[in-house]
Design a protein. Sequence first.
Length: 215
Amino acid sequence: MSAFTLTPRALYEEVAEGLRQRIFQRELEPGSWIDEMKLAEEYGISRTPLREALKVLAAEGLVTMKVRRGAYVTEVSEQDLTDVYHLLSLLESDAAGVVAERATEAQLNDLRRLHDELEATACPGHVDRELFFAINERFHMRLLAIADNRWRDQVVADLRKVMKLNRHNSLLKSGRLVESLAEHRALMAAIESREPQAAAARMREHFASGLEAAT
């Protein structure tokens, strides 16, 4: 019997996750150069696992590798956002239709619970934007999980990482959280009424409004 064992997580994956979160939190700004030597020293690692981590982030679209210039945090253009939102709209509207048609009562309860959390987070006068965004993402990911298509989930996960590069701009739009919440109510109503076409339409409208706020 082999004594070979795998570690729970490779070092470069841990580094990639750390950098991913720093990018999402704007510690590493879009367009900024990534200082490999400084980061390697900060993490106490060689540049090899760091470069492997950067390759992972480059594959996700979060980092751009430039010949003889190194790695940069990706800057998302207006066209990039339009393309990402278009694809997310197609994929998640299809998922919403599937959920409206097939979800069990227990699965609907999961969505209701998350929606209620979203409502509670958006109380007038005390809006936690970061928490709202986190719960919103959990709602969307739960809806996708219920629709149960792992290939769609994989594509959506990568697209949402790119979308996060611009998320703060959309959050700052006046009234956007209130609009987003109203769109979620309409989506939930269509899903609970078991109307697949209406649910898909509400999700498309949700992404159309999100794109308008983000650009």
